[in-house]
Design a binder for this molecule. Sequence first.
Ligand code: NAD
Ligand code: WQD
Length: 337
Amino acid sequence: MAKILVTGGTGYIGSHACVELIQAGHEVIVLDNLYNSKEVVLDRIAEITGVKPKFYRADIREIEEIRQVFQENKIDAVIHFAGLKAVGESVAQPLMYYETNISGSINLYEIMKEYGCKTIVFSSSATVYGAPKSVPIREDFEVHTTNPYGSTKLMNEMILEDLTVSDPSWSVMLLRYFNPIGAHESGLIGEVPNGIPNNLVPYIARVANGTLEYLRVWGNDYDTIDGTGVRDYIHVVDLAKGHIAAVDYALTHKGTEKVNLGTGKGYSVLQVLHAYEKACGKELPYKIMDRRPGDIAECYADTQKAKELLGWSAVYNIDDMCRTSWNFTLKNPDGIK
Ligand code: NAD
Ligand code: WQD
């Protein structure tokens, strides 16, 4: 098995990836500056797997802090989750996003090159597709970003592709996530948004536990099944397992691959809300509001490439996603402490 560096490994998706990596027999090392997560997540990972990953509290903007990890550990591959991810914040503070998501990532790639570690799985996003001309979205669809956050994802894809052109011995997996939600069955790890959530399901979870009054539905006049926005929600554990398949593929192949990680099925805002009502056993209040600027009507993945190339498909359904989200919320009413 391999020694895998997981940057951002105490975060929402990273922590679920650490669990799956350990349970697949890999050795995991976590690098995180705890900007949007807590060190106690490592204890939760240990409670689930019996293994507490080696941890470096480090900032990818500080190249020497990354170098220390590679000086002290022979890393076989990197899964790169570390970064900033709030679309609205990126519009207000673009330089902060470019500094972390671009300069910080380049620091990582430089050190990887220096230490001869040329295998990386990168956290990209369906946001690189912008407003798709049709759905389902295939990996060869044109890309177009509409905010600094999305641009940092697309730029990282381009940087890594150019790196592979300059040195074909690199192996690069660019994983384009759709909308990850849900939590580990144990309820020990899950999504803990800072402040008022921008994303749908963490917001619904707060309405369900009474900390927010009602869900604001951003528009019901889209050309969709019920007028509300349709997205491809994927269980975070399915997403994590997709990373195991991707890193195993990357360790045995060279070159760059772009792969959608989604379910291939779209659900509307109201369909998700009703699924959550079923999960929590309560009626959840909502109000129809104006559209949110920048939103698109419909977005869901063509999942063929992930199935054919990686032998991976999502298995959890929307009820599993809402059930596990609610279970985590009930067990962690004030987030992970
Ligand atoms: P998250 O905020 O929970 O995890 C990111 C982690 O990176 C956090 O633990 C944070 O402390 C750490 N971090 C931030 N800046 C850092 C820095 N300068 N140095 C070291 N660590 C740093 O977010 P997440 O939802 O787990 O997302 C993980 C990755 O997946 C991100 O790159 C995100 O852009 C990408 N992604 C997320 C979604 C989503 O909807 N959650 C969708 C597509 C792509
Ligand atoms: C989903 C749907 C909203 C909140 C974002 C980022 C993307 C990626 C995933 C990082 C939309 C509606 C939402 C609310 C609502 N993140 N909604 N009321 O916008 O598809 O994607 O997260 O990579 O980059 O853009 O996810 O959860 O914000 O919205 O009606 O309070 O729910 O309009 O139709 P989105 P979301």
